[in-house]
Design a protein around this ligand. Structure first.
Ligand SMILES: [Cu+2]
Length: 456
């Protein structure tokens, strides 16, 4: 089969998966990482054999309330070891799910009990952090919603997961993992973009207000998304509320990023409301909802901001510790040498070790942390992209914000840095432990773009 643009367009709506919802807050849940078969491609094509949590992709939508705890047993029924990283949750270090750093990988037949504090409300996700470029591409990810104690005023609260798949002509996962061309360029980009809206309303009514929780779990693809027939506000980025909601326009969602929007149905009776994806060669409808005039209510006023999460905002002054993180390497990057496993190597030797990117001159995880911080210390980092590709830089265990000329930017856990950009971020290192700092284009992470910080 050829997964053409037409099948992309024709497949919409025909591919509704219905992950069950699991209340994770009390008593806990079990997630079993195992093989499964799901209808990812349009119904004319066979089911896809995936690796998923409970055999589903996306994995079950986990839900808990702020300040509750998330208790989850991971059972591994896969042929490879695995582990779960709770992306964006400011968990205790031992619960961060990074094999080799915070836990041993969970072997085939084994299990691990996670018990995470939940200081922040918002939209988060969970995914494998072991051989993640392969395991996430095979489907080992799922959404995680932490509810505010007082529910905001919306009619529908929808999880919107938009994932990029690289499929064969019979709709099976392409076994092209770790190809040097992908690793050294924009990553393992797929040929089929799939949307999953949970729970999915069959129809919408004019003037209804929706909360759309967008997540891009793709290993490497940067999405440009938008809505039609829906008008509203960006309420939160990466789980952290904006101090002032901003008008929603087309937006970029890099791998691992989330965006919460409140939108009102502005399409008229008999029209459709849509979620669309913009590509270089056109705009594609990912999902669409018929709108009826039934139950028409009056437009609501603009929503107030969501309550802030208890993140200590970094204040960077002239005395704040300041480090530069140079990103180098990749195709057309001109990198001549880098350090790998403590040894300085030529680019040719790096490549023969599957490494092609460096952070601060080092490929792969160094023995010593890139930065060692006192608890409560503020760190300013200038992210310097000296490569020909964008990178989605993710810090574990903390949220940071950008230092912009016009003031502090929104809190984020993943920041897209474009080629030749320099972006200043700052955060308060208030979470003790060893935390990864890496590119969330998982092909880039595999090929060297990862380091770590230590908070005493
Ligand atoms: Cu990258």
């Amino acid at each position: 089969m050829r997964l053409t643009r037409r099948t992309l367009l024709a497949g919409l709506g025909a591919t509704t998966l219905l992950p069950r919802m699991a209340q994770a807050g009390t008593g806990g849940v079990t997630l079993t990482a195992r093989e499964g078969r799901v209808q990812v491609a349009p119904s004319a094509y066979p089911e896809t054999t995936v690796w998923g949590f409970d055999g589903q992709v996306p994995g079950p939508l986990l839900r808990a309330t702020q300040n509750d705890r998330l208790r989850c047993r991971l059972v591994n029924d896969l042929s490879q070891p695995t582990a779960i990283h709770w992306h964006g949750l400011r968990v205790e270090n031992a619960m961060d799910g990074v094999p080799g750093m915070t836990q041993d990988p969970v072997p085939t037949g084994g299990h691990f009990d996670y018990d995470c504090r939940l200081p922040d409300a918002g939209t988060f996700w969970y995914h494998s952090h072991n051989q993640s470029a392969e395991q996430v591409a095979r489907g080992l990810f799922g959404p995680l919603v932490i509810d505010e104690p007082d529910a905001p005023d919306v009619d529908h609260d929808l999880m919107v997961v938009v994932n990029d798949w690289r499929m064969t002509e019979d709709a099976q996962i392409h076994e092209s993992f770790g190809q040097m061309h992908d690793l050294s360029h924009g990553g393992r980009i797929g040929n089929y973009v799939h949307i999953d809206v949970t729970p999915r309303p069959e129809t919408l009514n004019r003037n209804q207000r929706l909360r759309l929780r967008f997540l891009n779990p793709s290993t490497d693809r940067i999405l440009q998304l938008g809505v039609i027939g829906l008008t509203g506000w960006v309420m939160a980025l990466d789980g952290m509320p904006l101090e002032t909601p901003a008008p929603l326009a087309d937006f970029i969602l890099a791998p691992a990023q989330r965006l919460d929007a409140f939108v009102d149905v502005t399409a008229g009776d008999g029209e459709t409301a849509m979620i669309v994806q913009h590509e270089r060669d056109g705009t594609f409808v990912l999902d669409e909802f018929p709108v009826t005039g039934a139950g028409t209510s009056r437009p609501r006023p603009a929503p107030p901001a969501l309550p802030p999460n208890p993140v200590i905002r970094a204040v960077a002054g002239p005395d704040t510790r300041h480090l530069r993180m140079e990103m180098e390497g990749g195709a057309m990057g001109g990198l001549r040498e880098g350090t790998y496993k403590g040894r300085k190597m030529s680019m040719r030797d790096l490549v023969s070790n599957g490494q092609v990117w460096t952070l601060g001159g080092v490929a792969g995880l160094p023995d010593d942390p890139w930065a060692q911080l006192e608890r409560g210390e503020t760190l300013r980092v200038t992210l310097v992209n000296n490569t020909a590709f964008p990178h989605a830089m993710h810090l574990h265990g903390h949220h940071f914000h950008e230092l912009r000329p016009d003031g502090p930017g929104p809190l984020r856990d993943t920041l897209l840095v474009m080629p030749s950009e320099e972006r200043d971020i700052a955060f308060v290192a208030d979470n003790p432990g060893n935390w990864l700092f890496h590119c969330h284009m998982l092909s880039h992470q595999t090929a060297g773009m990862k380091t770590w910080i230590k908070v005493a």
